[in-house]
Design a protein around this ligand. Structure first.
Ligand code: FES
Length: 77
C-alpha cells in the first residue's frame, strides 16, 4: 500500500507527496487535467490560483495566510 502524505503550508498550498501512487486530476470544469510530472502535487487552498486545483504561486501575490487550526481540527468524528 502506498501512503500519500499531505502537508498544509501555513502561507501556501497543500503539498501532496504521491510516492508511487497514481493520481487523477480533475479541473473545476469537471474535465480531467494532465498532472504535472513528478511525485509531488501542490494544491491551491487560497482560492486565487488560475490553474486550479493546482497552485500557481498566486498565494504569494495575495498574501495568503491560513487561519490557525481549531482545537478539534483533525477529528473526523
Ligand atoms: S495556494 Fe498557491 S495559488 Fe493558492
Amino acid at each position: 500500500m502506498t501512503t500519500v502524505r499531505i502537508t498544509a503550508r501555513p502561507r501556501g498550498p497543500l503539498v501532496v507527496e504521491l510516492g508511487d501512487a497514481a493520481v487523477e486530476l480533475v479541473g473545476p470544469d469537471g474535465q480531467p487535467r494532465e498532472p504535472p510530472p513528478g511525485k509531488r502535487l501542490l494544491l491551491c487552498r487560497c482560492g486565487a490560483s488560475k490553474s486550479k486545483p493546482l497552485c500557481d504561486g498566486s498565494h504569494n501575490r495575495i498574501g495568503f495566510e491560513a487561519p490557525p487550526p481549531e482545537p478539534d481540527d483533525g477529528d473526523a468524528g
